[in-house]
Design a protein around this ligand. Structure first.
Ligand code: 9MR
Length: 380
């Protein structure tokens, strides 16, 4: 009887969760738990500086089933000014994932923006040796603990003027774009258990430039799949913006196209910016929440979408207000792109995400997420 009553109360909680945040239910609504109920996982990118402090610490405890190091596993972060390798912060993030029993995403093995400055202008053979050694060091250090590695990040630039839609960068110049597959091959050989992802931005919304980016990435991935490059996942960063159109139809078709290539899909860096939106805070929060809901409904409607990771936890730690600190609304307020306000209180965006996950769980029958077992155990 006791158990039945508990189950019933829990059910009531879940049933109300999307609308009321389970008000009155015994259990708080936990986003990763909700995601698991539809065969997925939910998580956050973090930096040890803020992740160990309240309110973020407790929010992670409640809601995180996936952890990505926002910066700590990037090459530039690991390499000290004198060229040494300092893994303290990366290890701290990995330990945090273990403590939370969360999956650990590795971000990122090769990215033009995190290539150390000392290597921007070296001979090709030097660069290749260094990039390879870095990849090997990083993958081996966390071998067996990473659910998915972002092997290559942001290699597309559909407006670069190149016919292949690839970005001109230190990587294309010194590593060589024709050798991008070798990054995946090396990662697979060193940690066969980890899924391997290509990760990029600007492919979620309806603007013509997003369409060009989708076409370019599909061409690249088609070629890699044909050549049997060991890639498992397309990572969509999903830094959404209220000033860009979103209908969902094109995103859904893109998901189908990725599925047809045999790739899984992970939403890796989700947030919603509202730089040009008018209205007061409440109006902007409502509009941000509506875009979260529309976007996640499309994601949850597709069986290939395995996980959703937010880029940062609260509006106090969001990269948007750090990196775009000069960009404010006319009323002087900073942007509010995450699920929680600067004090860690839930915003309408939280409820929108909760509702989308909850709805998805009602129609879910299957289990898209794979290779969870034995991941994230502390390394002895
Ligand atoms: O949020 C990250 C910010 O703190 C760093 O200064 C910046 C450069 O390393 O990278 C930001 O994260 C980016 C991510 O690694 C790749 N996709 C875009 C993210 C936001 O710029």
């Amino acid at each position: 009887m006791q158990t039945q009553r508990r189950d019933f109360l829990q059910w009531v909680g879940w049933a109300c969760a999307g609308l009321t945040d389970a008000a009155g239910a015994q259990e708080p609504y936990r986003l990763d738990e909700a995601a698991r109920r539809c065969g997925r996982r939910f998580g956050f990118a973090v930096h040890p500086d803020y992740a160990g402090r309240e309110p973020v610490k407790n929010l992670l405890l409640q809601h995180a089933g996936v952890i990505t190091a926002e910066n700590a596993m990037k090459w530039r972060s690991i390499e000290g000014v004198l060229g040494g390798r300092d893994y303290a912060q990366a290890d701290a993030v990995a330990a945090m994932a273990s403590e939370l029993h969360a999956l650990l995403r590795g971000h990122t093995l090769a990215w033009h923006q995190s290539t150390p400055r000392r290597l921007l202008d070296v001979p090709t053979d030097v660069f290749r040796r260094e990039q390879s050694a870095h990849l090997s060091d990083l993958v081996l250090r966390y071998q067996g603990r990473i659910h998915t590695w972002d092997v290559l990040n942001e290699a597309i630039d559909a407006d670069s003027g190149r016919s292949d839609g690839l970005r001109n960068s230190v990587l294309s110049k010194l590593w060589g774009e024709e050798r991008y597959p070798a990054l995946f091959e090396q990662a697979r050989a060193l940690d066969p258990q980890a899924k391997l992802a290509y990760n990029d931005y600007g492919m979620e919304q309806d603007e013509p430039w997003c369409e060009r980016r989708r076409s370019a990435v599909l061409r690249l991935l088609e070629d890699w799949v044909k050549r049997k490059v060991p890639i498992d996942v397309m990572g969509l960063q999903a830094h959404l913006d209220l000033s860009r159109r979103f209908s969902g139809g094109r995103l859904s078709k893109f998901f189908d196209e990725l599925k047809a290539l045999g790739l899984g899909i992970q939403i890796t860096e989700l947030d919603v910016r509202d730089p040009a939106a008018g209205g007061d805070v409440a109006t902007r929060d409502a509009n941000v929440a509506a875009l979260y809901r529309a976007f996640l409904d499309v994601c949850m409607g597709h069986s290939s979408v395995e996980m959703v990771v937010m880029w940062n936890v609260t509006d106090a730690d969001t990269w948007v207000n750090r990196v775009f600190s000069g960009q404010r609304h006319a009323d002087g307020h900073p942007m509010r792109p995450t699920l929680f306000d600067t004090r860690g209180q839930k915003k309408p965006a939280f409820h929108a995400v909760a509702a989308s996950l909850h709805n998805a769980s009602r129609s879910f029958n299957g289990s898209p997420i794979k290779n969870e077992s034995s991941l994230c155990s502390p390394k002895s």
